[in-house]
Design a protein around this ligand. Sequence first.
Ligand SMILES: [Zn+2]
Length: 313
Amino acid sequence: MRRNRNLFTPERRGGTGRILRTFGAVVILGTAIGLGVYFLFGKGFFTSNKPVVVDNTQPTVTETVPVVSPEDLVRNGNHIVKADEYAYSTKDVRDWMTGKVPYSGDKLVFLTFDDGPNPESTGKILDVLKEEGVPGTFFLIGTSVEKAGSGEVINRILEEGSSVALHTYSHVYEKLYPNNTGDPEFIQDEMVKLIDAIRTATGKAEFDSKVLRYPGGHMSWKGMDKVDEVIGGMGIEYVDWNAMNGDSEPSSRRPKDAQAMADFVTSSLNYTKIKSVVVVLMHDATNKQLTPESLPMIIAEFKEQGYKFGILK
Ligand SMILES: [Zn+2]
């Protein structure tokens, strides 16, 4: 009985009192938050679904957001606005290409060119891409970016709808990977220097690139988890390849004419399980003249197979 009385009399009243006090506190607090939001953000915060009524008594706010043209560089990007529709996240492409994440969309190919810009070859590659109406991704080396005339050709890459990616500042294996082991701090520093060099050469202070191909390929070196972590902290993602035109193979295996180079791409695909997302490794360098020569055939083959051409961002 004593237990019942405790349950239904004093305790119960005490309980109701607490509930009322809590309720009161919630109402007061809620009102205070509501008023706070009202004064901080204004009436519009509460009436966002209603049509906006222009208050003509207030001075007009000056438009500070510039009109974006399709030719403009994507803000802090490595490609122009009109190229954004075929620009793919590097991490997504890497995950699809390696089978880490299943891919079921349109067949995609990414034509990638390492080691530029190059006064003899970049222009030729761009001519072919333009002629064929497809884009590519150019992985640049800082020391080449700093050579005279590079800014012009890098701007052409951007203007013609291709993207600009990172291939380190120095491209010196011994410095990047002492004892075949990636040096995180050195590589991080190389990223900063390379991006700076591209900004200076192009005159585009807003340029940024989050796309990296490690010289020699991520697959070739030890200790890369640490490097990836540091690079990842900068928002940069790396990508290797799953097809190649053989332009950097040892001379015994290197294709000897344009047709052989195009065939090399096709046969390299025999070694990859994932064929719906293809990243083709090619080079933009002085001694690789077969690359622009064979490019129309390589592009024709992918077009015939129904691939769409993307760039990496
Ligand atoms: Zn390279």
